[in-house]
Design a protein around this ligand. Structure first.
Ligand SMILES: [Zn+2]
Length: 87
């Protein structure tokens, strides 16, 4: 793995909701008739390895994780086990 993982506080972000499906808002165009942009619609992510949920919380177990691009997340525990030990 040569990505750079950085410890960050997980923050909710904008999401599109279209026909009941939530997708990441990355500045794409959309048809406002079918799609709604919700400011904090992306309410959590999952750790890529153990599927631990990360939320916008003060608690560092659930409120902080490691990310390389803001979309893939690892919880602190998996980061320490899989990234640090291999480095
Ligand atoms: Zn994990």
């Amino acid at each position: 793995m040569d990505e750079i993982w950085k410890k960050q506080k997980w923050l909710s972000r904008a999401a599109f909701v279209s026909k009941g499906e939530t997708s990441d808002y990355v500045g794409q165009n959309c048809n406002p008739k079918y799609t709604e942009l919700i400011e904090d619609g992306w309410s959590h992510d999952h750790c890529e390895i153990c599927w631990w949920s990360l939320h916008e919380l003060e608690n560092s177990d659930s409120g902080e994780g490691y990310t390389n691009d803001g979309r893939s997340w690892l919880c602190t525990e998996c980061y320490e086990q899989s990234v640090v030990t291999k480095a």
